[in-house]
Design a protein around this ligand. Structure first.
Ligand SMILES: Nc1nc2c(ncn2[C@@H]2O[C@H](COP(=O)(O)OP(=O)(O)OP(=O)(O)O)[C@@H](O)[C@H]2O)c(=O)[nH]1
Ligand SMILES: [Mg+2]
Length: 307
């Protein structure tokens, strides 16, 4: 399936909500007056675009109308598309550097999809011929280790794991040694999303970071913050917390298929300025795609007539 179709299918609920809403607002007259622009702003906020991002998008639409004077449905749609793309910024994909170890560290609050994303990434890279290793650095719950081991079995990938309750930094240490010994291309590390308190979690992530820097100084390390799209504006505050605890290099937004609130991607991009690298569009192994701003926006909005 092409990437546009994957996005369209995954974002179906948000797409229906936004597309139907837009067409409903525009249906009466085929052009936009001030009240209709207010309705459009409300629609964006209801799709979880966030007040600030929605405000910035609407400012651009109003400015364009003032400048050009075109209030047609088509013109508004085109400016909407353009300003959404501006909010999303330049895309950055998760690149694997050849000839050196790549470490992908997955962080995020509990239940956002870290372990699932680890499994999906593992399957993706195995399929393209990389030598992959999984590290179960979520030692908080026995079930977490089992869950990752299950992905390991499914994809034929070795998993470095210790017992539940052991020190996650020790797992990371062992996983790095194993990766070096086995000439692994990509080491994917799963971490805990919940500890006894926030300080514990922050300390643990910082310790993991120190071990990686010390034991694998030449590795290319990507720390991906996994965010659940269904948690709405909460996602923005999570990003701020994790950026302090770990050197987040990019975001993974999961469960975009879960409800009609996929607009949260725009809120997160606007509020944090972090690149969104991957999108989770379902629970299946194939349901993880490189985030593509243009495809995302095209999947959200009604099809515009080519100009
Ligand atoms: N619909 C949907 N479900 C997802 C997606 N990604 C993960 N899930 C589901 O979300 C649930 C939690 O996923 P996990 O991968 O266990 O989340 P986690 O962050 O590892 O959770 P903890 O280990 O408890 O911190 C599971 O039921 C997954 O199948 C997605 O993109 N779409
Ligand atoms: Mg997990």
């Amino acid at each position: 399936m092409g990437i546009l179709n994957s996005f369209k299918r995954g974002l179906q609920k948000t797409r229906d909500f936004v597309t139907e809403g837009f067409n409903r607002i525009a249906a009466n007259m085929g052009f936009f007056d001030e009240d209709m622009l207010d309705d459009l702003e409300m629609l964006l906020i209801q799709a979880d675009v966030g007040i600030a991002a929605a405000g910035s998008i609407m400012d651009e639409i109003r400015d364009e109308i003032k400048k050009v004077g075109d209030i047609s449905q088509e013109a508004v749609l085109q400016t909407l598309e353009r300003s959404m793309l501006a909010v999303l910024g330049q895309p950055r994909h998760l690149n694997i550097e050849e000839g050196t170890l790549t470490i992908i560290l997955l962080v995020g609050v509990n239940g956002t999809g870290k372990t699932t994303t680890a499994g999906k990434l593992c399957a993706r890279y195995k399929k393209t011929g990389y030598n992959v290793l999984l590290g179960a650095a979520d030692t908080f719950r026995a079930a977490a280790i089992e869950q990752l081991s299950h992905w390991g079995e499914m994809t034929g990938t070795p998993v470095i794991a210790h017992q539940a309750g052991s020190d996650p930094a020790a797992v990371v240490f062992d996983a790095i040694q194993a990766a070096k010994a086995r000439k692994t291309d990509i080491l994917i590390l799963d971490t805990a999303g919940r500890l006894h308190n926030k300080q514990n979690l922050m300390d643990e992530l910082m310790k993991i970071r120190r071990i990686i820097r010390r034991e694998a100084p030449d590795a290319s390390c990507q720390t991906l913050l996994v965010i659940d799209a269904t948690t709405g504006q909460n996602a923005v505050s999570q990003t701020k917390f994790f950026r302090e605890a770990s050197d987040v290099t990019g975001l993974v937004i999961t469960k975009l298929d879960g409800n009609a609130k996929g607009g949260v991607v725009l809120a997160v991009a606007h509020e944090t300025g972090m690149p969104i690298m991957l999108a989770g569009l379902g629970e299946g192994v194939e349901d993880l795609v490189d985030f593509d701003s243009t495809t995302f926006v095209h999947s959200l909005l009604p099809d515009s007539d080519p100009v």
